[in-house]
Design a protein around this ligand. Structure first.
Ligand code: ADP
Ligand code: 3PG
Ligand code: MG
Length: 402
């Protein structure tokens, strides 16, 4: 069911009104320094739009997993400071997620101003999706904008709970610009992809991505597998995997997937192996049938890179999640780099190329191709859930479009 978005609201819905904005400002910190501000920058279009419209934006977000208690290392204060810098206007930070201090700060707001509240997860009611907490927030404003795509797979008090509470009071709950953009690219790719439609899956584990593999097999023309998850398939095929990362409890599942997949599923034909996954380890390229007992598979080999680049080059839609190897190590980064380059070239040629996953985004950044891709998702778990066809509570809770 299509949902209302920010652009469905009119000036009168926004000017002088208190708008509750759920953003995903859950950014990596190094001490009190923001080490990657991607999610902060991705939240700007909605906040700038609201400021221009004269709305009074009250921003809610979680940071880390403080488990319902106040904890200084999870304070949103440094994130709010970085947001202020990025927005280029003064914002006010309230050191409480809810309560009198918040109510007072909101009452003192001016049109176009932004207030950021303290970490919503300092309250146990947040992850418990406590309706009392959602209602306390809902009382502050008339409109709820959910822009937190990265947290859309969670039904928490400041996400789905707050949307429900605002709607129950007769207000509107709409998708922000970032949320709408994420749903447009990831959602459209899955619903009505231009073909050929190629998906690329990699990363450490098959277990977190099993549902994604099954769901994608029904939709794509090709599913290219890389990363450690390929090893579990190799084991299912009876190949030697040496000392590589293999999920023994998923081998039967991998075998079943191989049987149902036919030629849609493609696996590496060669690999780069090392004795230890560590900086400086000597790397060798071997055929996938020639992996020796002590070997650790750390990347896809050159023949595989060429084969995958060919498939990606012919695609009109590409969805990619998970690095092809241990891209953090130089000698095991080549496969991911080759796929990143092929994906970027496909996008240059007009294909829609969407990338999801925290490590994948870092790998694309490292390969220097981010600006050439159609869209890099800010969601990890949320993008995987969307790819596997699951319902996202943060989205299904929004007001329906007319
Ligand atoms: P994302 O965050 O993009 O969803 P994942 O978290 O699933 O990706 O996987 C990323 C991790 O997978 C990286 O840290 C990478 O080193 C690891 N990885 C990829 N290939 C291998 C491999 N062959 N063996 C061990 N680890 C691997
Ligand atoms: C993320 O970083 O994937 C989102 O912000 C959700 O965080 P969570 O996994 O702690 O709920
Ligand atoms: Mg990861």
């Amino acid at each position: 069911m299509p949902k209302k978005t920010l652009v469905d609201l009119h000036g009168a819905d926004l000017r002088g009104r208190v708008v509750l904005v759920r953003a995903d400002l859950n950014v990596p910190l190094n001490g009190a320094a923001v080490s990657d501000d991607t999610r902060i920058r991705a939240s700007l279009p909605t906040l700038e739009y609201l400021a221009r419209a004269g709305a009074r934006s009250v921003v809610l977000s979680h940071l880390g997993r403080p488990k319902g208690k106040r904890a200084d290392e999870f304070s949103l204060a440094p994130v709010a400071a970085r947001l202020e810098e990025a927005l280029g206007t003064d914002i006010r930070f309230v050191d409480e997620p809810c309560g009198d201090a918040v109510t007072e700060a909101v009452a003192a707001m001016e049109d176009g101003q932004v207030v950021v509240l303290q970490n919503t997860r300092f309250l146990a009611g947040e992850t418990d999706n406590d309706p009392k907490l959602s209602n306390a927030w809902a009382e502050l404003g008339d409109v709820f904008v959910n822009d937190a795509f990265g947290a859309a797979h969670r039904a928490h008090a400041s996400t789905a709970g707050l949307a429900d509470a605002v709607r129950a009071r007769g207000g509107l709950a709409v998708a922000g610009h970032l949320m709408a953009r994420e749903l447009k690219f990831l959602g459209d790719a899955l619903e009505s992809p231009e073909r050929p439609f190629v998906a690329i899956l990699g990363g450490a584990k098959i277990s977190g991505k099993i549902e994604v593999i099954s769901a994608l097999l029904l939709k794509v023309d090709r599913l290219l597998i890389g990363g450690a998850m390929a090893n579990t398939f190799f084991r299912a095929m009876g190949l030697e995997t040496g000392a590589s990362l293999v999920e023994d409890d998923r081998v039967d599942m991998a075998r079943a997937l191989l049987e149902e997949a036919g030629d849609v599923l493609m696996l590496p034909v060669d690999c780069v192996v090392v004795d230890e996954i560590e900086a400086g380890a000597a790397a060798r390229t071997v055929d996938r049938a020639e992996v020796a007992p002590g070997d650790r598979i750390g990347d896809i080999g050159p023949a595989t890179r060429q084969m995958y680049a060919h498939e990606i080059g012919a695609a009109r839609t590409v969805v990619w999640n998970g690095p092809m190897g241990v891209f953090e190590l130089d000698q095991l980064a080549g496969g991911t780099r080759a796929v990143a380059e092929a994906a970027a070239s496909a996008a240059d040629g007009g294909a829609t190329v969407v990338l999801g996953g925290g490590d994948s985004a870092a790998a694309a950044e490292q390969a220097g191709v981010v600006d050439r891709l159609t869209h890099v998702s800010t969601g990890g778990g949320a993008s995987l859930d969307l790819l596997s066809g699951a319902d996202l509570p943060g989205v299904s809770s929004l007001s329906e479009a007319d």
